[in-house]
Design a protein around this ligand. Structure first.
Ligand SMILES: NC(=O)c1ccc[n+]([C@@H]2O[C@H](COP(=O)([O-])OP(=O)(O)OC[C@H]3O[C@@H](n4cnc5c(N)ncnc54)[C@H](O)[C@@H]3O)[C@@H](O)[C@H]2O)c1
Length: 324
């Protein structure tokens, strides 16, 4: 199985996966409406502009490129916005995905890899989140992703569509080449915001809450390099195909770092003492979110290869020379 349609492939995680697919001998084709993505991120592979909601266009692209499997990255991704505009999230992240799955069914495509999220778990009930942790999202973004996971279970049962759902923790870092990296608008993720403060593109970095029940009072998160995520996609695709079964994995490093620790590392790596402002907690931020990646390690042989320093260093390399 070599011809992979990468939906949302012009975005951050999709473009890194496209690069790795290509390096491993696959023939990825990018399908993206460029609402958030960047054409320059995927210059070296076939690109088909189109919307997830357009069944005719999807069917045309499936046939043209003899597509055998779909990797699906396209979604709206801002938790705060999803609370204010849930309809936008349920349309793009759920209704249009149903449309994609129906079109796959009609065209006999049976393999699907889905970008899910740690946000499907909600408030942690144990220190590290494994695959059996209850899934109780606390915002529409998390709900939208869990709904697709449920649709996928039903599509497997009824139509034999096999899927992998990968629940990423904090995707971060950039490709070592420095040619692609994280570029969201607006940017809401901590590492690019911190590095934009270091680069003088923002006056300061704001830290929300310093009174959490964590060693230094700031929130603890699990950062996983985007190329480690890309590698997990390919390993999981291959296992799903080989065993013809649906799979679910939590993808994180298994280690937590506090916001204050991350800022300290970023100051060391950049050599810049940028301004940090402490503010009140934001609603809906759990104190600690850390993955238990044991299942992905055992079943996929997947262990993250980039540590936090390497994550920040590659992101900094990108931030200093970014092309988009
Ligand atoms: N970035 C993270 O830390 C993180 C964590 C957990 C899960 N995820 C999930 O991973 C996926 C990729 O995230 P990202 O950070 O690369 O986001 P991104 O915004 O960089 O990429 C998403 C891509 O999808 C495209 N897209 C959106 N709606 C579309 C539509 N209707 N039709 C066609 N294309 C469309 C956008 O143009 C963009 O290129 C998302 O599904 C997100 O929910 C991301």
């Amino acid at each position: 199985m070599k011809n992979i349609l990468v939906v949302g492939g012009a975005g951050y995680i999709g473009s890194h996966t496209v690069k790795m697919l290509r390096a491993q001998g696959y023939s990825p084709v990018v399908y993206d409406n460029l609402s958030k993505g960047h054409r320059q991120a995927v210059e070296e592979v076939p690109f088909e502009e189109g919307d997830l909601g357009d069944k005719a266009r999807l069917a045309e692209v499936f046939a043209k490129h003899h597509i055998e499997a779909v990797m699906h990255f396209a979604a709206f991704i801002e938790v705060g916005e999803s609370v204010k505009e849930p309809s936008k999230y349920y349309h793009n992240n759920v209704a249009k995905v149903l449309n994609l799955l129906d079109t796959m069914k009609e065209n006999g495509i049976k393999y699907f890899v889905f970008s899910s999220t740690a946000a499907t778990f909600g408030e942690p009930v144990q220190p590290k989140i494994n695959e059996t942790h209850p899934q109780q999202p606390i915002n529409p973004y998390g709900n939208s992703k869990l709904m697709v996971e449920k649709m996928l279970e039903d599509f497997d049962q009824a139509y034999g569509l096999k899927s992998v759902a990968l629940r990423y923790f904090n995707a971060s870092g950039a490709d070592d080449s420095g040619l692609i990296g994280e570029s969201h608008s607006p940017e809401t993720h901590l590492i690019p915001l911190v590095l934009q403060a270091a680069a003088g593109k923002r006056p300061s970095i704001k830290v929300f809450g310093s009174d959490y029940p964590t060693p230094d009072g700031t929130c603890v998160r699990d950062y996983v390099h985007v190329n480690d995520l890309a590698r997990a996609h390919i390993l999981a695709l291959e296992k799903m195909e080989k065993e013809n079964k649906s799979l679910r994995y939590n993808l994180g490093s298994g280690s937590g770092f506090s916001v204050a620790e991350l800022i300290k590392e970023a100051k060391e790596i950049t050599g810049i003492d940028f301004k940090v402002e402490y503010e009140e907690r934001r609603a809906g931020d759990p104190a600690v979110l850390v993955a238990d990646p044991a299942k992905a390690q055992a079943e996929l042989g997947w262990t993250p290869q980039y540590n936090l320093k390497q994550i920040i260093a590659t992101a900094w390399n990108w931030e200093k020379n970014r092309r988009f």
